[in-house]
Design a protein around this ligand. Structure first.
Ligand code: ZN
Length: 192
């Protein structure tokens, strides 16, 4: 398992809801936490590790053994309220940061690995991570939500990622779109 970078096609894939929570899924979650801590992140969505599943993990503390680990399965956001500007980054666009305007608070309904329901209004950094990660599951990245003037500030960095991706494709380190989609469909048929 590894974190894929923009513009990897899996980051644009809309995940289907998970119907089977089994041992394999629990192992996936464990591995995702390891990767997230290694990369010093506070949240990681399944798309970012090349999996087409409606699942993300988070820990506001960003460090193993600290804070609280959360697993969100099949999250549904509703009732956005207010608006707030906050700096965001993404493990699929390392070292790129920009201010993103999002609802100040939002209602989130989801499940954890034990099948327990999460049903709360979320805000602050906690709510921001939930919104950023839920976007990933729908194939949306934070750079899609930037105003033109803000996007201009990071467009050079974004372009670098595109150049790097093309180079990796040419070197056959990343398969073609068809191969990637076929693999995603196989995984979906296992869990969704
Ligand atoms: Zn992200």
């Amino acid at each position: 398992m590894e974190i894929v970078h923009y513009p990897h096609p899996t980051l644009r894939h809309k995940s289907k809801p998970i119907r089977r929570v089994n041992k394999e899924l629990k192992m996936i979650v464990d591995e995702m936490f390891e990767l997230m801590y290694e990369a010093s992140g506070v949240g990681l969505a399944a798309n970012q590790v090349n999996l087409p599943l409606q699942l993300f993990i988070m820990n506001e503390a960003g460090e193993k053994g600290e804070g609280e680990e959360h697993v969100f399965i099949n999250p549904v956001l509703s009732k956005p309220k207010g608006s707030e500007e906050r700096q965001e980054g993404c493990l699929s666009l390392p070292q790129t940061y920009a201010n993103v305007i999002r609802p100040k608070e939002i209602h989130c309904q989801a499940y954890n690995l034990k099948g327990e329901e999460f049903n709360n209004v979320v805000d602050g950094l906690f709510g921001r991570i939930i919104q950023h990660e839920t976007d990933h599951l729908n194939g949306v990245m934070f750079i899609d939500r930037l105003k033109d003037a803000t996007y201009d500030q990071v467009s050079g960095e974004v372009e670098e990622f595109e150049i790097e991706f093309e180079a990796q494709r040419k070197a056959e380190k990343i398969p073609d779109d068809e191969t990637i989609m076929k693999r995603l469909a196989e995984i979906e048929s296992k869990f969704c």
